[in-house]
Design a protein around this ligand. Structure first.
Ligand SMILES: [Zn+2]
Length: 336
């Protein structure tokens, strides 16, 4: 194998050259969330030769992931995403170091996950994790790249602490449970996360090579080709980058409490109660499972699990003793 030939087409690029390639080899990146965005990002960064890549995902591969999550195949269903992806990527590039972390990202471990990394890439579908990444990255002065994709549109923004606006300058506080659409309720076309993930990985190269980066909030709809680059103002009164009040990191904004609730059931309670509309949530969920609701509780059944969701956001999830699975189901279907 001609090892030296590996990056020849990339080295030809005037913005990279041999010097840039050497810089990439000495760089590190963490990809948080290895779904549709994360697999695209990880694939690009591994092939581009970033020297150290950390990959984080708590979930296992499901059959419905294969429609859009590039690195998984049918044999992987039921296996840990982080485990599967690292095995495949090591076959693609054995010259770099890849570290898998199969864990939930929360206030206690997020600083360790981002520490010593040169850039962090958001591949999650979770608002709380994004606020946590934002707090941790602003605190430790590490650039991160926000990304999201749903239906046929996507969004991305570079966040360079103390230079650009941060995620809380853009979205001041975490939205209420059930108020945002999720891929599980409205769907996602497979091309949009590939596009957004590719923009994120390109911006990561620019950050690592100290090149000019895009400073706005990019939005793109692959169906209509509607494209926007919106300037986001840095807010002096921003709790995170303005006042260094890291509410999410300090767990003051912890969203849910999780407790075992008998055998094979787990209860999830939002710290701050919310108000859920059963009509709205029921309408979304009935496309993917069986929904029954009355005054007090909405019952949602999918194979293997039953979610009992109360109007204040509390939920009892039947069918598992695993807190991570319960949290993942809650995130997907109730939408925190
Ligand atoms: Zn800010």
């Amino acid at each position: 194998m001609l090892v030296n030939d590996r990056y020849s087409r990339q080295i030809l690029l005037k913005n990279i050259r041999k010097k840039g390639q050497e810089k990439l080899k000495k760089s590190s990146a963490a990809v948080i969330g290895c779904g549709a965005l994360g697999t695209t990002i990880a694939n690009n960064l591994v092939r581009a030769g970033i020297g150290y890549i950390r990959l984080v995902d708590r979930d296992i591969v499901e059959l419905n992931n294969l429609q859009r999550q590039n690195l998984f195949d049918e044999d992987d269903v039921g296996a840990s995403k982080a485990g599967v992806i690292v095995e495949k990527l090591r076959k693609i590039n054995s010259e770099i170091k890849i570290e898998p972390i199969a864990d939930d990202v929360y206030y206690k471990n997020v600083e360790n996950i981002i520490k010593n990394m040169d850039v962090i890439l958001d591949g999650t579908d979770n608002m709380l994790v994004r606020f946590l990444i934002n707090d941790a990255c602003v605190k430790h002065n590490i650039p991160w790249i926000y990304g999201g994709a749903i239906e046929t549109y996507g969004i991305t923004m570079n966040i360079i602490p103390h230079k650009t606006s941060c995620f809380r300058c853009l979205i001041h506080d975490i939205p209420e449970a059930g108020s945002l659409p999720t891929c599980e309720t409205v769907g996602v076309l497979n091309s949009i996360p590939s596009i957004i993930g590719s923009i994120q990985s390109t911006e990561a190269l620019k950050i690592l090579l100290r090149k000019d980066i895009n400073k706005g909030l990019l939005t793109y709809d692959v169906w209509s080709h509607n494209f926007n680059d919106i300037k986001i103002k840095k807010r002096n009164d921003c709790k995170c980058c303005g006042h260094h009040n890291f509410e999410f990191l300090n767990a003051k904004k912890r969203e849910t409490m999780i407790s075992l609730c008998g055998k094979g059931a787990i209860q999830i309670t939002p710290v701050n109660y919310v108000k859920i509309s059963f009509d709205d949530l029921g309408k979304k969920l009935q496309k993917i499972g069986e929904v029954n609701y009355h005054k007090l509780v909405l019952r949602f059944n999918i194979p293997g699990y039953e979610l009992n969701i109360f109007r204040n956001g509390r939920a009892i999830i039947i069918g598992t003793n695993d807190k991570k699975i319960a949290k993942s189901l809650y995130t997907k279907y109730v939408g925190l």
